[in-house]
Design a protein around this ligand. Structure first.
Ligand SMILES: O=C(O)CCC(=O)C(=O)O
Ligand SMILES: [Fe+2]
Length: 322
């Protein structure tokens, strides 16, 4: 049932303090940059692979979730017709609004970090748009939308099933199918304009992980050249290591307002060679979002992707959210 009042959210925000960004973040980041002078270590590739397939199947999902694969790439998951309908609609309604300090122009839907505020209205507006946006996307497609298809296939392939998640203090259904657009003009930074912004979307991938956060992207449009998704195959051991501690701190500051270029350059230097995925229109890629990854820049064309997280845990239903 869709509740129309938001008293649970209002109450939650009144009772819980929003975490503040530490005031000395600049000093901490300067320290990280200085530390690089003495850092001789280079991380090694852990040997995991990506697999390309013409269809999604349960073996691929199992290998991805148990960390044998760092990503799966399904060719032509969505028809050209649906890509053109949705991508065309987005281009026709292009507003130049971007998410701060990112490469991405806003398309359909609000990202999950909006759910956490900072203001109570951000959170309410996140939940208000959930059902209307999911249905708007479906209507534009005139049938099953790309993220609907993903949910159906995951549910029919995975024995514990798949559903739209409600992983939040309010037990409210979350959004799926965050659609965003990249253009050459919207790329940020200097070196990052070419190499992309290395980041993780959850904690760093650790050996023997029995749960994880995966990110799915369905590409509605893709530039002819560039726009590759790079994945760095590093696995943190369960025991503390100073090197991984350093990597973690750098990744925490991956989108630093003041030192983004410096921190990204260090990351490029200490990580092994990345694996490259070149997605084409209609393709689906699911990656382990605890592995450092970045989207490379491009000089012509647009890149439109529909992103949804997949939360995986042993013996539980897969939960989707954006
Ligand atoms: O657009 C892509 O290929 C990947 C974007 C990304 O960072 C993610 O899905 O977590
Ligand atoms: Fe990501």
């Amino acid at each position: 049932m869709v509740r129309n009042d938001f008293n649970d959210i209002i109450e939650f925000f009144a009772q819980n303090e929003r975490p503040e960004i530490p005031r000395d973040k600049d000093v901490l980041e300067e320290g990280l940059i200085n530390q690089f002078k003495d850092f001789k270590y280079r991380f090694v590739d852990d040997g995991s692979r990506i697999e390309i397939s013409q269809e999604l199947n349960s073996d691929l999902l199992r290998s991805l979730f148990n960390n044998e694969l760092s990503a799966i790439h399904i060719k032509k998951f969505v028809s050209e017709e649906v890509c053109n309908k949705l991508g065309g609609n987005l281009k026709d309604n292009f507003t130049s609004a971007k998410w701060e300090d990112t490469d991405m122009f806003q398309g359909y839907g609000f990202p999950v970090n909006r759910m956490f505020g900072p203001t109570v209205d951000d959170s309410i507006n996140y939940f208000k748009q959930v059902i209307p946006t999911i249905r708007k996307i479906r209507n534009i497609c005139d049938g099953v939308s790309p993220v609907d298809k993903l949910r159906l296939e995951l549910d029919e392939l995975w024995s514990n099933g798949c559903r739209i998640g409600a992983i939040n203090p309010f037990n409210r259904k979350m959004f799926v199918g965050l659609t965003r657009l990249m253009t050459p003009q919207g790329l940020v930074g200097k070196a990052t304009r070419v190499n992309g912004l290395i980041h993780i979307d959850t904690s760093l991938h650790t050996e023997n992980a029995v749960e994880g956060l995966f990110s799915s992207n369905i590409y509605l449009d893709s530039p002819k050249e560039g726009g590759e998704l790079c994945i760095w195959n590093v696995t943190k051991s369960e025991v503390f290591s100073a090197e991984f501690d350093y990597l973690n701190k750098l990744l925490d500051s991956a989108f630093s307002k003041k030192y983004r270029e410096e921190i990204q350059e260090i990351l490029q230097n200490i990580l092994p060679e990345p694996i490259l995925i070149k997605p084409e229109k209609g393709d689906l890629v699911i990656l382990n979002s605890g592995r450092p990854h970045a989207v490379r820049g491009f000089e012509e064309g647009v890149r439109i992707s529909m992103q949804t997280f997949i939360s995986y845990g042993a013996d539980t239903t897969l939960q989707l959210f954006s």
